[in-house]
Design a protein around this ligand. Structure first.
Ligand code: TYC
Length: 113
């Protein structure tokens, strides 16, 4: 009596073979977050910056004024933390709005630790 040859399918291999590494813990890795930073300069009007913070970062006037003053005094401040896609969109919106109004306001993003 001879064994019947059997063509192993990919499915058989996955189900039965030790070549599949079992996942011991569920994957809970979250996507990285990005800080959006606003930079100070000597020319952009304070009220324009306040308006940007209200318009693109959903701040009320008092919050926006406070953050604007922080940037003015310290040179830079984090104005929000977002996914990569949302952070890129915010930076683009701010840079485009500043350019259209001919202000040198700079907005950047950096990966959070
Ligand atoms: N320093 C600017 C001024 O005195 C105001 C300013 C604040 C500019 C924040 C940019 O991100 C900024 N008019």
């Amino acid at each position: 009596m001879t064994a019947k040859p059997h063509m192993m399918s990919d499915k058989d291999d996955q189900d039965n073979d030790a070549s599949v590494l079992l996942q011991t813990r569920p994957k809970t890795k979250r996507p990285p977050l990005y800080k959006v930073l606003l930079l100070n300069d000597d020319y952009t009007p304070m009220e324009f910056v306040v308006h940007v913070l209200e318009r693109f970062f959903g701040m009320n006037h008092a919050q926006a004024f406070e953050i604007m003053l922080t940037v003015h005094k310290k040179g830079v401040a984090v104005v929000g933390v977002f996914s990569h896609e949302v952070a890129e969109t915010k930076v683009g919106q701010v840079m485009d709005f500043a350019r259209r109004h001919q202000h040198p306001l700079q907005c950047t993003m950096e990966k959070e630790d």
